[in-house]
Write a new protein. Structure first.
Length: 153
């Protein structure tokens, strides 16, 4: 059986977006550079996992080995993970997930996906037990954007 090393993304990478030329040259340069990085490495979000068959250095990723890392150095990853992986010994740090030595299991069954004209859809996830089944987001007047508010029904 092959071994896999899991890495967690530390920050969300840039969307491939090219701004109009009328933008400030410094901002244009940064956005074009970010766009090429995003196109070459793909768009990734903080907290996404990546698996590799060898231990290697992966840009914007940390090995999931259970170590404590600084909240200040990786604020976006900390906002995603919080203290869900355990309590650190230092309050200025947080704990990474630990997948070293873990056996992977796959689910026994999976809901079927539907493919229509190249678009893949999966069934919606079951409702979370923390949210009541009839919960709907409420929009205030400034953010209604033409949507019907619950108070208008």
């Amino acid at each position: 059986m092959s071994e896999l090393y899991f890495y967690i993304c530390t920050k969300t990478t840039a969307d491939p977006y090219i701004p109009p030329v009328s933008t400030d040259l410094r901002v244009l340069s940064r956005d074009v550079s970010d766009a090429f990085v995003a196109l070459s490495g793909g768009y990734q979000k903080a907290g996404q996992l990546a698996a590799y068959p060898i231990q290697t250095s992966v840009p914007y990723h940390l090995l999931c080995d259970g170590r404590e890392i600084s909240k200040e150095s990786f604020p976006e990853l900390y906002s995603f993970l919080g203290d869900t992986q355990g309590t650190p010994t230092d309050p200025l740090k947080f704990v990474l997930p630990n997948f070293i030595g873990e056996a992977l299991t796959s689910p026994a069954t999976a809901e079927p996906e539907t493919v229509v004209q190249g678009t893949v859809t999966t069934p919606p996830p079951p409702p979370s037990p923390s949210s009541p089944p009839n919960w709907y987001p409420r929009y205030d007047d400034a953010d209604s954007g033409g949507r019907t508010r619950l108070s208008d029904i």
